[in-house]
Design a protein around this ligand. Sequence first.
Ligand SMILES: Nc1ncnc2c1ncn2[C@@H]1O[C@H](COP(=O)(O)OP(=O)(O)OP(=O)(O)O)[C@@H](O)[C@H]1O
Ligand SMILES: [Mg+2]
Length: 493
Amino acid sequence: MSEAMPLLEARDLVKTFPGVRALDGVSLRAYRGEVHALLGENGAGKSTLLKALFGAHRPDSGTILVDGEPVAFAAPSDAIQRGIAMVHQELSLVPQLDAVHNVVLGREDARAGVISWRKARKEALPALAKLGFTASPSTPVGRLSVAQQQLVELARAVATGARLIIMDEPTASLTTHESDQLFAVIRQLRDQGVAIVYVSHRLPEVLDLADRVTVLRDGSTVAELERSAVDGESHLVRLMVGRELDAIGLPRTREPGEVYLEVDELSVPGMVHDVSLAVRRGEIVGMAGMVGAGRSEFALGLIGALPSHARGVRIGGRPRVIRNPGQAIAAGIAYLPEDRKHQGLDLKLSIASNVTLPDPPGVLGLLDRRKQREVAARVMADLGSKTAVRAAAGSLSGGNQQKIVVGRWLLRDSDVYIFDEPTRGIDVGAKGEIHRLMRGLADQGKAIIMISSDLPEVLGMSDRILVMRRGCIVADVSRADATEEVIVAHAAG
Ligand SMILES: Nc1ncnc2c1ncn2[C@@H]1O[C@H](COP(=O)(O)OP(=O)(O)OP(=O)(O)O)[C@@H](O)[C@H]1O
Ligand SMILES: [Mg+2]
């Protein structure tokens, strides 16, 4: 690969937040026509680095060079002017507007307050088409899939003529199939000479896509490697974590007990059609399928968060009618939602308060703060977060914020657990810990449903796999018969 001048280079960047040195001498070089993967555990400093490159954070010290020339970005607009675009993980689209308007957002030519839609279409449609955007360009983007929304964000970057596109975990909410589509687009941009810097916790895809890899640990660059110098996933894991990790997959230690959760013909109008299933005590049932197959909708219907009707739901042999999430909790069902952004994290409150939110420890309504901190500290440490639990939740990295929500549900004492994408956005080390805790719950006799788009996770963790397609269960595959090919074939139909 070229030893030419990097399009963008960061040297020895330092960035401190009160009490935390988020970047502690980070370096990174991005070249034209290369896909550069940025790796590291939760809290390693990836997002902080990207924000510094995009002018959203001002580093305390260090240098950023564009085309070999030092720059000092005061704001993202300065970065955009130098041809740098960022696709945020929390998509920054306006949900009520259609794709065309989102692509040209903030750059429309307004004439006496009248915007030239014709010009907007002329600019946006080719960019969208080039990226394989297949939805209607006049549908409000809020109604599109995450994958299609991401393409709109990318189209916006492309339309600004960006030479460097920064992406923070673009595939975190995508299925394998959707990620593949995004990768095709990324490769196309790369072949046109665009530089791409992207963050991912999914190592197989990194090996597949990246030309160069930078690994951060505790705010420092520990390695910059060309793809050809990377010796498999375990090499990357060692660089990130500093030790070897076990493969995914925890065999159960006891045979499943009696059937505990029984769902008979549950439907969510328009989304889920007559889904029946049974989960035994001690069993982890995986639910695979594409995004939009109705897996989360099934769970939301079951707990009464979406309008649903069923012929019957029995828990521990007792018929139950669940009309709202409160009744679900009372019936002993804990649901870890997929959409963790809106799961009541109060970013201003402490980590401890957030973890113990559903049932704060104490007696007669008096909060036992010491116990609260103890309980929270234990589960967060188990999940690999090093931040003191008195700190505000908002001061955590994206992945560590997810751990709060996961920890909260792991702490609930329920009989049925539904985990929806439990390890999305969570680094490889903590992922193994979540798997261990899930298996532990099963071994205590809990009935567990795990919805996951991470196939190795589904294959490694599930005692049995249900595949959903278009709102129906289309296959029930035993652990012994399950392979990636079998699952994908059922999911795609
Ligand atoms: N606004 C902030 N205030 C205080 N500390 C912060 C703030 N933003 C980030 N940090 C801290 O800086 C460190 C790096 O966070 P960063 O978000 O860059 O991690 P990351 O590598 O992106 O992790 P993840 O994989 O979880 O997204 C963490 O210790 C985090 O708690
Ligand atoms: Mg991050």
